[in-house]
Each structure stands twice: as C-alpha cells, then as structure tokens.
Design a protein around this ligand. Structure first.
Ligand SMILES: *Cc1c(COP(=O)(O)O)cnc(C)c1O
Length: 378
C-alpha cells in the first residue's frame, strides 16, 4: 500500500513537508501563549487563501463539522433558510437546517449543470424572505462548480446571508470572499490544501457574527456553537483543546500553497487536459457545464463494473481513484486533480493506469488517455 497513489477528490496526497510537520514536538495549546500567536498566524494564512479580512476559525473535525456548526449557530426555530440544491452536498444542507429547527425552502436545480443564475434570479425576485441561503461551490460527487460570485451578488441584493460550502474548491479555484460578499465560507484540510483529514475552517463576516451573537435562544450544541469562538485570541481561550499536530500540518500545507504562484493556472491547465483526454478517448463527462478544476466525474462506461475496475486499478497499478456517492454510486468515476494531486506526473500515472485498467477489463478506448493528456498539456 506504500506506493499507492491516492487520486481521489479528498483525501488527497500529502507532501513530505506536511507529514514532517505533524511529527513536531507539541506544546500545551491551552497554556502556551506562543501557541495562540501561532494559531492566529495560521488563520491569517487561510485568510490570504480566500482573500478576506473576516474572522477565521479552525475547528478540529471534518468538513461536515463546519457545515453543521454554521447551521447550528445561525438557526433559531422556524428561521427561513434557503437551500440551493444541485447536488448531493447541496441537498445535504437541508438535513442540517431541518435538524436545527429551520423552516427550509429547498430549490432544486438540475444536477448535471451549474446553478443557472437567470433561473435563480427569477425565483428570488418572487421569494426572498430568507435569513440565509446555503449552496455548494464545488459539488464534489459530480465535479460541478457553481458561479459563487454571481450567486452571492444576488443573495446580497436581497440581504440574505450566504453560507458557502467550498470544501473542495478552496485552494484549487480562485475565491474572493470579501469582494464576493460571502458571509460564511467553509473549508476542510484534506482537499485542495492537501493536509490530512481532521480540520475544518471557516471565515465569518461581521453581519454573520452579529446574527450569531444576537440570537434569542441558546445554540443547540456545544461543539458546534460558534459563539464560543468569539474573541478567542483576546481571551487567550479555546473552547476545547486544539489538535495541535493537525494545526502544524495545516501551517506547513499553507506555506507550500502560498509559495506556489501558479496554483490556479496549474489546476486550470491540468483539469482541461484531463477532460480533453477523457472525452477524446470516448468517455463521457457527467457534467454538461460548470466543470470543476479540482475534480472530474465521468460516467462508468457500459459493461464496466466500477468496483471491479477500482479494485483492478489499485491492485495492479497502485493508483486509487474514486467512485461517487448517493445516487451516483457505481455510475460515476472521479479523478481528484486538486492540491498535491494536481501535477503532471501524477495525472499521467493515473490516466495510464485508468487506460490500462479499462482495456484489461475489455473496454476499448479510442486513444491512449495518457498520450492525449501529454499532447494537451503542452
Ligand atoms: C469533502 C467535502 C465535505 C466534507 O466531507 P467530509 O466527509 O467531512 O470530508 C463537505 N462538502 C464538500 C463539497 C466536500 O467535498
């Protein structure tokens, strides 16, 4: 398993620098004053990634914890919450909002396309009395990127707070929280930043903080209650002991990310070449438009069983790609080309393994996937 290349859309490959950072000697994160400064500095690096001056919080737990905490902290009974749904994670927000007592309105859009701004604009013009709206920037299970800037502009026009799940886009796709006016953006360590799973982070706007501070009823949760994170630095107090080794890893991952001046063009170039290679060779992309630069989903070809393909590819070629989840299980194959995965050598090895595996199982491609990739990338 040592040699296995993990080309899934999270967790992604972790660099040696990051792994080494995790093995550093720890201190007591609740008592060592230097740790508070260190932690603040990591927050500042994250702010640079998403371009914001808003507060940044890092929590121990997976991306899902961030999504749930935003809902738990914003929602009071019967608050009207708009859930924009064009994918599995998008729809999932409705479950959290319901759990915390919201009056949820879920607007479903086609799952194989980015959210249509014109359609959204029309719906909002008739119905816009919402406390906040949720949507997913990159729908990881289907590889679709939504027009976050335009969606937030519409929401801001109606004074609807925005809660954006950018777990699989932060670091791989350019995001400008302050100029787009995102109230809460949610991220995770294990996707484009290529840090092991374990952390979620979010920026919180002043307006969102005011809503959280001024709520009339208590938040239904402790770990998910963002109120405990207000002024943590001034108070030199964390709501619970921080996962210090994970924070070390995130810091190292961010240093690597910040040093890479071509990060977005690299993602763009590689994603385009991957899509070209797949399509030219005869495979079918799932999405009609809005293809994400961080993950690509193709349909499982006829007469191929995803499980068999995946097992064959990991056992024979030492490369792991992903299937999908929910209703796309066994229907889509996904290649994660985000963060540390997003380098030509790794993609070449992946496409070659994918190409050979398909042929081994009797599926004939029009061209060699890896060859087309090389031609396209030049
Ligand atoms: C990965 C991911 C999450 C977080 O899921 P975990 O299972 O906690 O890692 C949330 N939203 C999106 C869009 C994701 O891709």
């Amino acid at each position: 398993m040592n040699d296995l290349l993990i080309m899934t859309p999270g967790p992604t490959e972790v660099s040696e620098e990051v792994r080494r950072a995790m093995s550093r000697k720890i201190t007591n994160p609740d008592l060592d004053p230097e740790f508070f400064d260190f932690y603040l500095n990591v927050c500042n690096k994250l702010k640079k990634v998403v371009k914001t001056k808003n507060d940044m919080i890092i929590m121990s737990g997976e991306g899902i914890l961030g999504l749930e905490s935003a809902c738990a902290s914003l929602i009071e009974n019967n608050d009207k919450v708009l859930v924009l749904d064009n994918g599995i994670f998008g729809k999932g927000f409705a479950d959290f909002a319901n759990l915390y007592g919201a009056n949820v309105k879920r607007w479903e859009f086609p799952y194989d396309k980015a959210i249509d701004i014109k359609k959204l604009e029309k719906k909002l013009s008739k119905n816009n009395d919402f406390k906040f709206a949720t949507f997913v920037h990159c729908e990881t299970p289907t590889g679709i990127i939504n027009p976050a800037e335009e969606i937030c502009e519409l929401l801001n026009n109606y004074n609807i707070l925005s809660v954006v799940d950018s777990v699989s886009s932060i670091g791989g796709v350019e995001i400008d929280v302050d100029s787009w006016g995102i109230d809460i953006i949610l991220g995770g360590s294990q996707k484009c930043l290529s840090v092991p799973p374990g952390l979620t982070f979010m920026s919180v706007s002043k307006t969102a903080w005011d809503v959280i501070k001024q709520r009339e009823t208590a938040v239904k949760g402790y770990y998910t209650n963002l109120q405990h994170w207000q002024n943590w630095y001034q108070k030199k107090h964390f709501p619970y002991t921080q996962a210090i080794s994970d924070i070390y890893a995130l810091d190292a991952g961010l240093d690597k990310w910040l040093a890479d001046k071509n990060v977005y063009t690299r993602h763009d170039k590689i994603a385009k070449a991957v899509r070209k290679a797949l399509v030219k060779s005869g495979l079918k992309l799932y999405a009609e438009n809005g293809h994400s630069n961080t993950v690509t989903a193709v349909k499982v070809p006829e007469k191929i069983e995803f499980q068999e393909l995946n097992q064959h590819m990991t056992e024979k070629y030492n490369v792991m790609i992903a299937g999908s989840i929910g209703k796309f299980k066994n229907k889509l194959i996904r290649i994660g080309h985000m963060g540390e995965n997003c380098y030509e050598e790794k993609i070449y090895r992946t496409l070659k393994a994918f190409d050979h595996s398909l042929r081994d199982l009797g599926y004939q491609l029009n061209y060699k996937l890896h060859k087309i990739f090389v031609e396209e990338i030049e």
